[in-house]
Design a protein around this ligand. Structure first.
Ligand SMILES: NC(=O)c1ccc[n+]([C@@H]2O[C@H](COP(=O)([O-])OP(=O)(O)OC[C@H]3O[C@@H](n4cnc5c(N)ncnc54)[C@H](O)[C@@H]3O)[C@@H](O)[C@H]2O)c1
Length: 435
């Protein structure tokens, strides 16, 4: 695999630099007196008990040093749920999760939760009473999302067993064409077996994103340009596989994919593959606060190491243009993330959707910026689970904003950008440890 980014630095068309948001200090805090909450606590009645299992006892489901994610603390607050299985080859970690959460305010929901070293072991051993209705899949990307590699086929196997799924992004680490076929198979299985197979592109439930989407509808004007800036902190990432582009997907497929998805969602349009141009700064730029060996990129072959900074430009099928700027350069816990949506006469700024979501709006025929009030009652992860559990209980999937086949488009699009930036892309080969 030959690293291409330095060649592309010379070959790619010159890219204009997108400067800082000029309005960041000057937005008045006036409010419009209304909010655009669209999915706040879906009323399902929640009468039926839902038994939930986790595949993966790691950060996304149980929390990390950086970021607001932690599915278990959101799920345990949901009415009428019981946790019956945690699956992780690290059985000690899985048991620690059960033990810790059993002592908490919702401890009764974790009593009797069993741990298994694999989902196959669970399917074999679980009793009827504890058999999960729904599984939350949060495992390293290269371990799931395959149709052709049996050891990575957990979605198909769990769906065959009749379980609803909420799958974390990236949904795979296999070639996009295979993931497209997987999406078709899962779509058919979901249809036949009345299953919900959703993906955790939770920004679709973010109050700032949903308000921006509602504003676009209200304005009745299409975006003409969307600028995304996703800047990540790196010094708490102690996972060698995360630093390997072909195991995690790298910065665009693993992370900025959230903004690729948000752009698809907000514009209602697909990116045109042949329009994408991208350049990147690669691993030759040293990071001063890199986690110490062997936990970070030190064990990863140079050609497979993730990029430090990527800038991409592209066109949407609607005719609009877009750009995405990702960096892996910040220290500490807080990411810097922002989207600018421009169209005829308007500018919508989606600010800091992870930590303190805000929306700033400049309307047609106006010079002024106003802060749009948001419904911050429930966070994006809580709303994602509101919609998922409502669908599991009732079969009504209309509130689920990202199903697997939709996420497969975001997956493919994210790889297109990554490839354009010179990153290696999956070629279908299977690593020894997955055979
Ligand atoms: N949507 C979000 O906000 C968000 C946030 C963080 C992570 N994620 C995504 O969630 C996924 C998991 O990330 P993480 O931070 O939890 O990773 P992690 O490394 O912290 O945890 C993964 C866990 O999976 C376990 N595991 C390994 N092989 C397994 C197997 N075959 N079966 C079951 N468990 C297995 C590991 O032992 C580990 O405990 C990634 O794809 C990541 O991108 C999403």
């Amino acid at each position: 695999m030959i690293r291409l980014f330095s060649k592309l630095l010379h070959k790619s068309p010159a890219l204009r630099s997108f400067g800082k948001n000029p309005f960041s200090a000057a937005c008045p805090s006036s409010t419009l007196g209304r909010t655009f909450g669209t999915s706040a606590a879906v009323e399902s009645g929640a009468k039926e008990l839902v038994k939930i299992g986790f595949v993966g006892a790691g950060g996304v489901s149980f929390g990390t040093a950086e970021g607001p994610w932690n599915h278990s603390v959101r799920l345990e607050k949901q009415p009428n749920v019981q946790f019956t299985a945690i699956i992780d080859p690290n059985l000690d970690l899985a048991q620690k999760r059960v033990d810790d959460l059993s002592k908490g305010a919702y401890g009764h929901k974790w009593k009797g939760c069993d741990v298994y070293k694999s989902y196959q072991a669970m399917l074999e051993d679980v009793s009827k009473e504890k058999r999960p209705d729904a599984m939350i899949i949060g495992v390293p990307p290269m371990l799931h999302g395959s149709l052709d590699v049996p050891s990575c086929a957990m979605e198909v196997d769990l769906a065959k067993a009749g379980m609803h799924l909420l799958v974390e992004k990236p949904i795979s680490m296999r070639p996009a064409e295979e993931v497209e076929r997987l999406a078709e198979v899962l779509h058919e299985m979901a249809d036949e077996r009345k299953l919900v197979i959703a993906v955790g592109y939770m920004l679709r439930y973010n109050p700032a994103i949903e308000t921006a989407k509602a504003l676009l509808k209200e304005l009745g004007r299409l975006p003409t340009s969307i600028v995304g800036r996703y800047n990540c902190t790196y010094n708490n990432i102690y996972k060698p596989q995360w630093w390997n582009t072909l195991e995690s997907g790298g910065c665009i497929v693993e992370q900025a994919t959230h903004f690729v998805d948000a752009m698809r969602y907000l514009s209602g349009s697909e990116l045109q593959r042949d329009s994408i141009r991208a350049i990147a700064v690669g691993p030759d730029m040293e990071l001063s606060e890199m986690p110490p060996p062997p936990n970070a990129e030190h064990t990863v072959p140079y050609d497979l190491r993730v990029n430090r900074a990527t800038v991409a430009v592209f066109r949407f099928e609607s005719g609009a243009v877009g750009s995405l700027n990702h960096t892996l350069l910040m220290h500490g816990q807080n990411f810097f993330t922002e989207l600018d949506i421009y169209g005829d006469g308007f500018h919508i700024i989606v600010r800091d959707p992870y930590q303190k979501p805000a929306v700033i709006l400049r309307r047609p025929l106006s010079n002024d910026y106003e802060q749009v009030p948001l419904d911050l009652g429930r966070d994006m992860y809580e709303k994602q689970f509101d919609a998922f559990l409502h669908a599991v209980r009732t079969g009504d999937q209309s509130n689920v904003r990202c199903l697997f086949h939709d996420a497969a488009r975001t997956y493919e699009t994210s790889w297109w950008i990554s490839e354009a930036a010179g990153s290696p892309i999956p070629d279908g080969s299977v690593a020894e440890y997955l055979k």
